[in-house]
Design a protein around this ligand. Structure first.
Ligand SMILES: [Zn+2]
Length: 269
């Protein structure tokens, strides 16, 4: 007697995840093939490849910035209060500077993409938040050299609460391993700070839009011709953002200037 063996260990064949996707009949399949119409078109594949290339470039850029940031960690920590008090520094993207995650919960997303009416808005963990995180004992570790290292990656389990982490010392630039701290302590704080950054950006957009509407209505009330524009033309962002490279250069220049003023450096030498 023949035994029918059903192998359900393999995934089902791929069908595009569309709400109204139906398995097409063989007749429909033949008609579609005759028309040269693919379920996934060459143009769709091209778009996918280009997006992947851009992602790859972004990844390389983040890797370079990561090295630059940690090479200058001592400089950055010396100016931590100034950075937090200067919005163009405080708002710098810091999502690639800390990594965390665990069993069951997966890697923690320090960057989130939102689709608003087909427009993509990316919200990242801000430098301000990373510096706030590092102010907590949970994210600090004593280094053998006497310096205070900061945690830049952690992993663990929310069930057992166990964790392991790596910290980098701003003084000797060595990486040290930190064990057996509360996993929830890491994950929870990172999550709170990321949620705060999402709130900051969202509130900023709402506030700027409210301001744009007020300005527009004022112009209309004043009798200005509002026929050819709407409140949208009154919406403004926060101006040119600062990048990590510029901030580091500005901080270095500032320290250099201070040294000259203190007579520690002779610029003519
Ligand atoms: Zn050290």
């Amino acid at each position: 007697m023949a035994v029918i063996h059903i192998d359900d260990s393999k995934p089902f064949p791929y069908f595009p995840a569309e709400p109204n996707n139906k398995r097409e009949t063989f007749a429909d399949f033949c008609k579609r093939q005759a028309m040269g119409l693919n379920l996934v078109s060459d143009e769709m594949e091209q778009e996918k490849r280009e997006q992947a290339e851009m992602q790859e470039l972004m990844k390389k850029s983040c890797e370079r910035k990561y090295v630059l940031f940690y090479d200058n960690l001592d400089l950055i920590l010396r100016h931590r209060d100034e950075i937090r008090g200067t919005p163009r520094y405080a708002n710098i993207d810091a999502h690639y500077l800390i990594r965390g995650g665990g069993l069951y919960v997966g890697p923690f997303a320090t960057t989130k993409m939102f689709n608003f009416a087909g427009t993509l808005v990316n919200i990242n963990l801000k430098l301000y938040s990373l510096l706030e995180i590092w102010d907590n004992a949970q994210f600090k570790a004593e280094c053998k050299c006497g310096g205070t290292a900061v945690i830049r990656s952690f992993s663990g389990s929310p069930l057992s609460g166990c964790s392991q982490a790596t910290a980098i010392c701003p003084t000797c630039k060595k990486e040290i391993r930190v064990k057996n701290r509360s996993f929830g302590g890491y994950y929870g704080l990172l999550r709170i700070m990321m949620d705060k950054d999402i709130e900051t950006v969202s509130r900023k957009i709402v506030a700027n839009w409210t301001f744009a509407e007020v300005n527009y209505n004022k112009k209309v009330t004043e009798g200005n011709d509002a026929k050819w524009n709407k409140a949208g033309s009154e919406l403004h962002g926060d101006g040119e953002p600062c990048n990590l490279e510029t901030m580091i250069n500005e901080l270095k220049m500032k320290e250099f200037q201070t040294q000259i003023e203190a007579g520690e450096v002779n610029p003519n030498a």
